[in-house]
Design a binder for this molecule. Sequence first.
Ligand SMILES: CC(C)(COP(=O)(O)OP(=O)(O)OC[C@H]1O[C@@H](n2cnc3c(N)ncnc32)[C@H](O)[C@@H]1OP(=O)(O)O)[C@@H](O)C(=O)NCCC(=O)NCCS
Length: 382
Amino acid sequence: MTNKAVDATPAEKGLEGIIAAKTAISYIDGQNGRLFYQGIEINELAEHSTFEETIYLLWHGALPNRQQLAELEAQLKAQRGIPDELVQIMQQLPKTTTTMHVLRTAVSALAGFVEDADNTSPEALVKHAICLTASFPSIIAAWGRIRDGKDVLQPREDLGHAANFLYMLNGEVPNERAARVLDIALILHADHGLNASTFAARVTASTLSDMFSSITSAVGALKGPLHGGANEQVMRMLHDVKSSDRVTAWLDDAMANKKKISGFGHRVYRADDPRALILRRISQEVGEANNNSLWYELSEQIENRMGELKPNLPINVDFYSASTYHVLGIPVDFFTPIFAISRVSGWTAHVIEQMANNRIMRPESLYTGPMDVKYVPIDERG
Ligand SMILES: CC(C)(COP(=O)(O)OP(=O)(O)OC[C@H]1O[C@@H](n2cnc3c(N)ncnc32)[C@H](O)[C@@H]1OP(=O)(O)O)[C@@H](O)C(=O)NCCC(=O)NCCS
């Protein structure tokens, strides 16, 4: 028997540095901490744009004019209602099911209610992108209501994407500031190069499967604590730390036990993640406006202590989104789903881009197992 075991070099682990697709959707300048959607810097979009406008930008490559924006807003509103049968499917799930599992299940099931779900023509893909992007907030809010034993609410045509989600979740129209904070968070999370969930979506799309399958793959990938799931872990950490006087001991202990601290570190950024800087400011403002600055202050102290312990490990987008969402009254297991409400716009843009110039994604693996092993009949095995 020969053994072909060869150690994979570290560069192959996690596909670091491998270019697996060409994209014109977003670009991360990791050295300088800059992020661009279709060439426009994220800070400008966060300042001036809306999530709906950003969606258009990602899907069509340029900002919309008034008419184009109005059309997209109307299309999204028209698609917000989810089928009653889909709500019934969610109602069958145990109330203990976490929201990301519900979302993944519902997205997959949604395909059954769309006549041409397997159609991968460019027109159908855009139609499906609108359907999915419009449905995500409704699915997630519906689950929040079902889980709490409340009636599922119908969407409101007079509200924007962010405000309507908060309304469908809480049963109250949010104030303008809360809606705008969520709107900005949605802009910030919309796309981010070839991150794990986007890659998952593109791999599935590359088999010419369909939009719904691609997005189901992406939701599953986003859920992990190393990816979108990190914002929920950050909140759990904040709850665990509890008070300022425990920050140092808590972090020192975590470091001594070689724990990874959620909300820190990134494969691409070597400088501060620009989204995190915007969210830091928003978290502070939201805390002050709601007379609840504890979570921002705790986060800031953790960031400062981590700066002493691990000076080269900057915060990422998930760090200050946790305290922001918490003060807005959003339950912890809705943090990653909110990430998904935003990122579905980027995922769908990538599926459209992948299918427009497709080749099946089929990388190689480096075999490290044994060779020429003889088949031993079951009775002769030890
Ligand atoms: C984002 C992340 C998955 C990137 O992973 P990666 O590119 O594979 O980076 P690595 O895990 O190889 O980290 C490089 C080094 O930094 C350390 N490091 C990275 N992130 C860390 C963290 N959050 N806390 C503590 N140490 C960390 C690693 O232990 C490693 O140290 P070593 O070289 O001494 O072994 C990783 O930073 C992480 O797990 N962060 C926490 C989860 C998170 O916030 N994810 C959301 C990303 S937007």
